[in-house]
Ligand binder design. Structure first.
Ligand code: NDP
Length: 245
């Protein structure tokens, strides 16, 4: 049997990039996987078809993370459809760059709503459906620890916030046998990081001489989702090709 047989996972922002890689990997490891998306309906449907063709069980759900009720409904739908949730992966995130003088309050609010508030909302909603052995994983960022360049202060703030929330929740939920961890990726090749300017800036800092692949983040998520990680909680795990080294 596979490591996640009989497990139910919900991944937010699973239509593209790191989230899609996590959906693929958790399904490959045997989990039933529901995932949310906001704008990329076609990509969500193509991914779901790919997983079904491979024999997996998958449920794409349109749910904007900025919308509190939509996040709560996605959790409820997943739990009702599959009889509970064992693994929550908070992956949906946005990056708006800008230095303080040019950063608008509406962008600030949007970043906080998607990267930070939605994480709290999803975790709060999932807990009544999650039992001992449950896994809560949030995709933070190395920018939660260190900002290498101007223009990422608000993004870094949201990522530091989820790492701190994770540490606190490890204390709240440890007695219930639920682990809570943050994955802090360095530069990964996705749409979020696709402009050549930012790639050229980070490349010299990569100890391995390259940016990461979405599947490499999915590997760590699969470990944290599995029973193998039973003693890991409250951690912020850096996975960055040596970017911070
Ligand atoms: P992408 O921009 O490639 O993909 C983002 C995903 O999140 C898409 O599936 C998108 O779905 C979804 N999403 C975005 N906004 C919302 C929303 N409001 N509601 C629901 N889903 C949403 O990003 P990455 O894959 O690169 O990033 C994934 C996570 O990893 C993010 O939290 C990001 O901050 C983090 N990260 C990324 C790094 C990188 O170098 N790429 C480094 C460190 C952390 P849709 O298109 O349907 O809206």
């Amino acid at each position: 049997s596979r490591p996640l047989s009989n497990k139910v996972a919900l991944v937010t922002g699973g239509s593209r990039g790191i989230g899609a890689a996590i959906v693929r990997r958790l399904s490959h490891d045997g989990a039933v996987v529901a995932f949310t998306y906001a704008a990329s309906e076609d990509k969500a449907n193509v991914l779901a078809a790919e997983i079904k063709a491979a024999g997996g069980v998958v449920l794409p759900i349109k749910a904007d993370s900025a919308d509190i009720a939509a996040v709560q409904q996605a959790v409820a739908l997943t739990a009702e459809t599959y009889g509970g949730i064992d693994i929550l992966v908070n992956n949906a995130g946005i990056l708006k760059r800008g230095t303080i003088d040019e950063f608008s309050l509406s962008d600030f609010d949007q970043m906080v709503a998607v990267n930070q508030r939605a994480v709290f909302v999803a975790i709060q909603a999932v807990l009544s459906h999650m039992h001992e052995g449950g896994r809560i994983i949030t995709i933070g960022s190395v920018t939660g620890d260190r900002i290498g360049f101007p223009g990422a202060s608000v993004y870094g703030m949201t990522k530091a916030a989820v790492a701190s929330l994770t540490r606190g929740l490890a204390r709240d939920l440890g007695p219930r046998g639920i682990t809570v961890n943050t994955i802090q990726p360095g530069p990964i090749e996705t749409d979020m990081n696709s402009d050549e300017n930012s790639r050229a800036m980070v490349r010299p800092l990569m100890a391995l001489g390259r940016m990461g692949k979405d599947s490499e983040i999915a590997s760590l998520a699969a470990y944290l989702a599995s029973p193998e990680s039973s003693f890991v909680t409250g951690s912020a795990l850096t996975i960055d090709g040596g970017y911070l080294a």
